[in-house]
Design a protein around this ligand. Structure first.
Ligand SMILES: [Zn+2]
Length: 345
């Protein structure tokens, strides 16, 4: 019986830890359980059947003593560690706010000195709106969800089609014909069910853009049409949100971060008008190489996570260009247009 109860307590300890219960709360629960057993064994006669089954009070007093010594020693060591880390309050205290599950799950992020516990905390407390759950949206969704972004909004009005599957890797064949946003929600929960997901099963338009954008920290534009890009850009400028923008065609793609409120250009500064009909080749017209959206979308996720965690330098004022056919990449400088009708007003 002693072994059975101890095994149960050990099992409950790890399950409660996995579910996010703090060590102190688990310690208090075990202490109350042991104290109750010990108290009962002291109060009832040794000849009582309960006392016989439990093996008497002596082994329980020993177990309780060992538990108390171990637990208070750990508390003491923990308080010493916190005291010695007072010079680095942000990193340590922020990291300590994670459950054990989160500490393990995001440990490889927390280990990065440029990101650390504070950066991961910022990622967790943040919200990102992704426009378009297509080729670019898919890797952005995957990496933001896996990285533990607190809230992810996705807006898309399309259905999953068979020709999407070659590059939009979050959709399984069985979901062909389903609305993309709801399939994307499934994909996020498969990766990380701690993410709060908000699906918008509709096309973005100028009436709703500002209101939706104002609810998020960063907006990611992975759309494939210029009308939506200009709507997103105007709304991002008005609501003062970073706009992480990506585009691709056949073998080549580009990424930039637009944020006039941070001194960089907006999308319209660089592309004042959409290309004339016939000059911009869409995926359905000219084709697209399967891994290309993965490369470009991953760079968009990199930029987004750096903005959220305040790490490194972003592509603000620069454009990253990747040519998959030649295996080349380059960066060009892009400037704010002081006469831009969107951001200079
Ligand atoms: Zn502008």
């Amino acid at each position: 019986m002693i072994l059975a109860i101890l095994s149960f307590l050990v099992f409950a300890w790890f399950i409660a830890g996995y579910l996010g219960m703090s060590q102190n709360l688990r310690g208090a629960s075990v202490f109350i359980t042991l104290a109750s057993i010990l108290g009962a064994l002291f109060l009832i006669p040794e000849t009582n059947s309960f006392s016989i089954i439990m093996g008497g009070w002596a082994p329980w007093a020993t177990i309780s003593f060992i538990f108390c010594v171990t637990f208070f020693f750990r508390l003491f060591v923990s308080s010493l560690r916190n005291k010695s880390n007072e010079d680095y309050p942000d990193e340590v205290q922020e990291a300590d706010e994670f459950s054990n599950h989160e500490l393990e799950r995001y440990s490889r992020h927390i280990l990065l000195k440029e990101l650390g516990g504070l950066g991961q905390r910022r990622i967790k407390d943040s919200s990102v709106l992704i426009i378009g759950a297509g080729g670019l949206g898919a890797p952005v969704i995957q990496y933001l969800a896996a990285s533990g972004v607190g809230t992810i909004g996705i807006i898309d009005h399309d259905k999953v089609s068979l020709s999407n599957l070659q590059r939009q890797v979050i959709y399984p064949t069985k979901q062909v014909g389903e609305q993309k946003v709801f399939s994307a929600v499934d994909a996020i929960y498969r990766l990380n069910n701690n993410v709060n997901v908000r699906p918008y099963n509709r096309r973005l338009n100028s009436e709703i853009a500002e209101e939706i954008f104002s609810e998020y920290d960063v907006v990611v534009d992975g759309t494939d049409n210029f009308e939506t890009r200009y709507i997103s850009n105007s709304a991002a400028v008005i609501t003062k949100k970073h706009l992480v923008s990506g585009a691709l065609s056949q073998w080549e793609g580009q990424v930039s971060v637009f944020a006039p409120h941070k001194g960089g250009p907006c999308y319209a500064c660089v592309f004042p008008s959409p290309p004339k009909d016939g000059l911009a080749v869409t995926c359905s017209e000219g084709g697209v190489f399967s891994p290309l959206p993965g490369v470009i979308g991953s760079v968009m996720a990199v930029e987004t996570l750096k903005i959220l965690s305040h790490s490194g330098n972003t592509l603000l004022g620069q454009m990253f260009i990747y040519d998959g056919l030649k295996g080349e990449s380059r960066k060009i400088k892009i400037n704010l247009n002081k006469k831009c009708p969107i951001c200079s007003i």
